[in-house]
Design a protein around this ligand. Structure first.
Ligand SMILES: Nc1ncnc2c1ncn2[C@@H]1O[C@H](COP(=O)(O)OP(=O)(O)OP(=O)(O)O)[C@@H](O)[C@H]1O
Ligand SMILES: Nc1ncnc2c1ncn2[C@@H]1O[C@H](COP(=O)(O)OP(=O)(O)OP(=O)(O)O)[C@@H](O)[C@H]1O
Ligand SMILES: [Mg+2]
Ligand SMILES: [Mg+2]
Lengths: 251, 251
């Protein structure tokens, strides 16, 4: 199994949207996909049309072996561990545990043979959620909204990746995917060019276009592949999944 | 002086953009405006083209009287207290102070005669930053991106507003402004209609349109009134400022 932490402390850049739809595209190619919701707001949980019932991510972080009972089937032939607002309190409780950063990694190791991909949606902050996810992951995947205020955040994410590589996860790779790209504006073109210049070889070729279909799909608990299978958004996430698979086969 | 906390734990909904441009429109009408950056990412600080030098918001929270020396002039005839990443550590230190939620309120009280409006930009979380800001504020102003995932967050913000009203700030008012509204999409119309239905009388008449000009202006450290004074975005924030002023005169 390969684990991707979808991270960016800048808000609203397409983390939840990318987790669901990259997952859906990998599942469409026959991969067994597990989604983890590490955001107390539960955007991922809502976007896949689930209410959080039974065991949730909060339980898993306090008792990693409970992950086996916290996994539920969800839309797009995937599985999910959901999140509730209680997760915010669990992060406070983690402060009292020995090495809090490894809780999610312990859980993920228990399910390594059941899935091909595990995608972790993170909240817009550099807190326990993000460090747990990046400690458990093979790849930190950063959605980059093609706008100035989001570009600034890249330096922070690089810094935290370096610190995770030095402490809890030496082999963590950093990858960036451009999202909400509006090819009609010079601004988006400038930002994308700058990101590729600043991070040579780390930015996927695939660029996710800005398309309202991607904002509509979560309202009906569907992936973009179900909601609008022939749309630009669907083709873009399929192309991203192809790139992810090609690169992972090389590792 | 009237204090507005610009809050929403959902990321990327236009908090920073609304803080700067509502501030600029109030300043254009002759009001003395102070902007406070409570986000350790420092989006507001960068967007007004300042580097954080001297005393910053971190210092002010630890020693409220230092606010008098932390205020700097900035773009758009406004003043600003900047933020650095160090602010994230200060929030951790606040845990050790008795009644941490009142630190910003103490600071704001010290400068009440120097300004007409104080606008506070908050990070996308329900942490110390947001509770301090909502404790210090007269109004919690919630930018609502007209999309499904952002609509879900409204219930959380209402809940936290109610808890602040019961504990640290009885007179806090809640107001919502629709942002990134794309009138060509049914989705945006549906979300706006739902928000007005769910929060009767709390959603401003003014709706901020989605316009790339608003994403471009921060890249050159300008407000929308400087960068594109005749644009839809500029007129919308002027209209919002008018509504804010009319309502405040009634109080
Ligand atoms: N490519 C796209 N085109 C248009 N809209 C998009 C696109 N990707 C995401 N969206 C919409 O933009 C908004 C922000 O996306 P999303 O919630 O996935 O970002 P996020 O980074 O997870 O946000 P947060 O920081 O709050 O967790 C959502 O309403 C989503 O539906
Ligand atoms: N009305 C608008 N039309 C188009 N783009 C906008 C509009 N308002 C804001 N933006 C852009 O959308 C992005 C998100 O806005 P902004 O950073 O102000 O949101 P935020 O809520 O402060 O985000 P965060 O949660 O990360 O603090 C920015 O790139 C900004 O320039
Ligand atoms: Mg999200
Ligand atoms: Mg902001």
């Amino acid at each position: 199994m390969l684990t991707y932490a979808i991270v960016n402390q800048k808000g609203g850049v397409g983390k939840t949207t990318s987790t669901i739809n990259l997952g859906a595209a990998l599942a469409e190619m026959g991969k067994r996909v597990l989604l983890l919701d590490m955001d107390p707001q539960g955007s991922l949980t809502a976007a896949v049309g689930r209410a959080a019932t039974g065991l949730t991510m909060g339980d898993v972080l306090l008792a990693p072996e409970s992950i086996l009972h916290a996994i539920y089937p969800c839309t797009g032939n995937m599985h999910v561990v959901t999140a509730t607002a209680r997760l915010a309190n669990v992060f406070l409780q983690l402060d009292e545990i020995g090495e809090p950063a490894y809780q999610l990694q312990k859980a993920v190791h228990l399910i390594g043979t059941n899935f091909d991909y595990c995608l972790i949606d993170c909240p817009p902050s550099l807190s326990h959620a993000t460090t747990n996810a990046m400690t458990a992951a093979d790849v930190a995947l950063v959605p980059l909204q093609c706008e100035f205020l989001s570009l600034r955040g890249l330096a922070d994410v690089q810094e935290i990746t370096a610190s995770i590589q030095e402490t809890t996860n030496r082999n963590l790779r950093l990858r960036v995917v451009a999202t909400m790209y509006d090819k009609r504006t010079l601004h988006a073109q400038d930002v994308l060019r700058e990101a590729r210049r600043a991070l040579p070889g780390l930015v996927y070729e695939t660029v996710i276009p800005r398309t309202v279909r991607l904002a509509e799909a979560p309202a009906v608990g569907q992936t973009i592949l179900q909601y609008a299978p022939d749309s630009n958004g669907a083709y873009a996430y399929r192309a991203l999944a192809q790139e992810v698979l090609q690169e992972d086969q090389a590792y």
